[in-house]
Design a binder for this molecule. Structure first.
Ligand SMILES: Cc1cc2nc3c(=O)[nH]c(=O)nc-3n(C[C@H](O)[C@H](O)[C@H](O)COP(=O)(O)OP(=O)(O)OC[C@H]3O[C@@H](n4cnc5c(N)ncnc54)[C@H](O)[C@@H]3O)c2cc1C
Length: 439
């Protein structure tokens, strides 16, 4: 160990939502924290920019959400829904704030990530930018080296360096590569036809993945395509899919119209899904995408990263108090995030496989939503966005409407086959709202 290096209680590599949230809560507990970020803020991060309720709760706890709302940077999702593979849609109109609806908001990562990192700084963490961690070694404490030659020393290390998980892989804690991918393209406000806040389109070419539209407070839309495990198209073919099926999709075309002005070409980034089996070690934790804490059914990982970061801070605080930073003690972190949300991941993965095999299940969900309205969608949304466990789908309030819709759909398809008429018509872009109103 070099005695020249400043010694921190915790060094965190990566100041995304995972690293910055961990830094915030550790600093609040009085720990000396170095938050090392390879970029300089404001830095962009490809994302659908959809912040689910558990993330919004933590942003609120940090005082970040109110600041962003005051700055006009938050678009709460009040109208939205889904379009199923068979073309059934449910898109709720904006009825103002409904207490039963799970909160989701579109906030640019470029803005929100910096606000979280600054909140961590205000809480006492040292934010060190342009600090790309390239080498970490553990003797009695960690020595951390950056690309530009700077060095730091810390009693404990958190890898929060995103889906490539370079640090955890370097240490042999994580052994796999990221296996899924998603894209983002911003479209300029006022040049498209999208009037909802958020719509998920499940076309047959992408399921169990989807195409998502989220509208920002300035009217720009974030258009993303998520390829998730179990689909027909492998994530390595996402670029080709964007250039063929997605641009030619009638729904996408109608939403974009002829005047849509892209603000950037579509860009692709990896997703690490489903939770890594090992996320802790001697004086070490992996948090967020570095630990694969992204839902395999939705590709969403901001809120899970932030929940896990809060857990990591609590476990480390307790372990410091006990003077025990051993691998065995820190395993408590792994089991705590597993119990908070990780046990849902196998259910999500199984649901993805089921939807991929039986796309009609999504038609069923859209039909149940058309019949039972926003109340059904609130529960659907709560399970999809981590507010409630995925087992909610098996509860009577979800399973009964879904079962009834499945029966109705099967009967109507059988009848239409019998009459040799058209199957359920695939929705085109703007007609989805009419579908919703007709329902
Ligand atoms: C296209 C796309 C769309 C998505 N859409 C959504 C969505 O709408 N909602 C949602 O909840 N999730 C979404 N996700 C997932 C979400 O982006 C991640 O789960 C989330 O960013 C995880 O946060 P994190 O802090 O773990 O990692 P990141 O946000 O990736 O942050 C990692 C940080 O580490 C830094 N870093 C990397 N290497 C080093 C290094 N060696 N040294 C120092 N710093 C380093 C990076 O610069 C970065 O700031 C999407 C993902 C993709 C790819």
């Amino acid at each position: 160990m070099s005695t020249q290096l400043p010694i921190y209680d915790v060094a965190i590599a990566g100041a995304g939502p995972a690293g910055a949230t961990a830094a915030y809560f550790l600093a609040k507990e009085g720990k000396r924290v170095a938050l090392l970020e390879k970029a300089r803020f404001p830095r962009d991060k490809r994302c659908g920019d959809a912040w689910c309720e558990p993330a919004l709760d933590i942003l609120e706890e940090m005082g970040v959400l109110q600041e962003l709302v005051d700055a006009g940077a938050v678009q709460f999702v009040r109208s939205g829904g889904l379009v199923s593979p068979g073309g059934l849609s449910f898109v709720s109109p904006d009825e103002g704030e409904r207490p039963s609806a799970p909160r989701v908001a579109a906030i640019r990562r470029q803005v929100c990530d910096e606000r979280i990192a600054r909140a961590a700084e205000q809480a006492g963490a040292e934010l060190i930018e342009d600090a790309a961690v390239t080498k970490v070694t553990l003797d009695d404490v960690w020595t951390i080296r950056c690309k530009d030659g700077r060095g730091f020393s810390a009693r404990c290390l958190i890898a929060a360096d995103g889906a490539k998980s370079k640090i955890a892989r370097m240490l042999g804690v994580v052994t796999t590569g990221a296996t899924s991918a998603a894209s983002r393209q911003y479209i300029k406000g006022g040049t498209h036809n999208f009037t909802s806040d958020g719509v998920l389109l499940y076309p047959p070419y992408a399921i169990p993945g989807y195409v998502a539209f989220f509208r920002h407070s300035n009217g720009d839309i974030d258009l993303g395509c998520y390829l998730l495990p179990g689909g027909k198209v492998p994530p390595t073919k996402l670029k080709e899919l964007l250039q063929s099926e997605v641009v030619n999709d009638p729904f996408v075309r109608e939403v974009l119209g002829n005047q849509a002005e892209p603000l950037e070409p579509p860009g692709i980034s990896p997703l690490r899904l489903g939770g890594e089996p090992c996320t802790s070690g001697e004086r070490f934790l992996a948090v967020g995408d570095a630990a694969g804490q992204t839902d395999p059914l939705t590709g969403e990982g901001i809120h899970t990263a932030m929940i896990a970061a809060k857990i990591a801070a609590r476990v480390l605080h307790e372990a410091f108090a006990e003077g025990d930073l051993s691998a065995r003690r820190l395993e408590a972190y792994h089991w705590a995030w597993m119990s908070a949300f990780g046990r849902d991941f196998p259910i999500s993965a199984a649901a993805g496989r089921a939807v991929s095999r039986f796309p009609m299940l999504l038609d069923t969900a859209a039909m149940a939503a058309q019949r039972h309205g926003a109340g059904f969608m609130d529960n659907f949304g709560a399970a999809m966005t981590g507010v409630k466990p995925k087992s909610l789908f098996l509860s009577p309030r979800m399973a009964l409407p879904l079962g009834a819709a499945l029966l109705r759909l099967s009967l109507s398809r059988r009848a239409s086959q019998y009459r040799a008429g058209p199957r359920v018509e695939r929705a085109t872009g703007l007609s989805f709202a009419e579908n919703a109103l007709r329902a």
